[in-house]
Each structure stands twice: as C-alpha cells, then as structure tokens.
Design a protein around this ligand. Structure first.
Ligand SMILES: [Zn+2]
Length: 167
C-alpha cells in the first residue's frame, strides 16, 4: 500500500513496450478509485488499462505480456487463467498486496509466488515509525477482505507497529 507497486508495474510496461513487446494492461473492474480505464499510481501517473471482471478475459487477448494491477482483487480465481497464459507462452507480470489486514498471505500470492521466476518486494515507510513497511492496516470498520481504499482508509506499517483487524 502506497509503496510504489503500481509505479513499478508502469515502469516495466513502459520498458517492455519500448522493446517492441506487445503489452496488455489489465485492472480489476471494481477498482475505480481514480479512473475506470487506467492504472493510476497514488502519485497520479497514469497508463491505459482494460478493466476486467475476471482474468478469463485475458485469455482472449493477443499479447506477449499481460500486466495485471491489484491482482489480489481476483483472489484464487486469478491462478487458473495465469497458468493458462503461461502455458501458451504469454508472460505475466502482476502487482498487488501480498499481506492482508489480518497480516496473513493475501490470495493469490500464496499460489503465484512459487510460480514466479522473479519477485520484487517493494516496501514503503511505516506510517508510525518510519521503518520499511511490510503490512497494510485497515482503518475502515468493515470485515470484507477486499476493499477499494484510498488515502485515509489504509496505512502502511512495519510488523512491529501493525495492529491486525480483530476477526
Ligand atoms: Zn513501524
């Protein structure tokens, strides 16, 4: 959260396109925080993205690389379509939160991490002490696992400052 994951994804997409790679950028249809049809970083940078309800829609796309932002919105349903893309030779790059607000592994990262040939963990700063952040603490009073949040709904924290939501 607020660590620069989307920024990093945009950098990869920009670099690959400059190399002639056909890239399709996807985002969950529920994520309309800034724009329905673009990936937008918290700093306001932007690139066009196709909003999809499920990643099965990715299987109809002609691309060398499918880049998916906020992949945790799709949960474990992301795994089969990603496997299908990889099996046909399409590269996949994803960005998302790997720990939820209970401090537990956020699906589908439990399944995707062992499949990945490269992983880049990006830490922001703990909002309480300034150490590198690993956790996302939810300030909203809801128990839904997936919530579209902006600034003020979540804070990034380190493990020591993290206060998991009570179940
Ligand atoms: Zn801290």
């Amino acid at each position: 959260m607020f660590a620069g994951k989307t920024t990093a994804l945009c950098e990869i997409v920009t670099r690959k396109r400059a190399q002639g790679v056909r890239v399709m950028v996807l985002k969950p249809v529920g994520d309309t925080r800034y724009a329905a049809d673009a990936v937008v970083t918290h700093a306001g940078q932007c690139m066009p993205a196709v909003p999809v309800g499920t990643l099965d829609e990715a299987l109809t796309i002609e691309a060398d690389l499918v880049a998916i932002d906020e992949v945790h919105f799709f949960g474990h349903a992301a795994v089969a379509p990603i496997d299908a893309l990889l099996a046909r030779g399409t590269s996949v790059t994803v960005a998302g939160c790997d720990l939820d607000h209970f401090g537990e592994v956020f699906a589908p990262f439990d399944a995707l991490l062992p499949r990945a040939d490269a992983v880049r963990r990006i830490a922001g700063l703990c909002s309480r002490c300034g150490a590198p952040s690993t956790h996302t603490e939810r300030l909203l009073a809801t128990r839904e696992r997936v919530v579209v949040g902006g600034i003020g709904d979540f804070v990034a924290t380190c493990a020591a400052c993290f206060r998991p939501m009570v179940r």
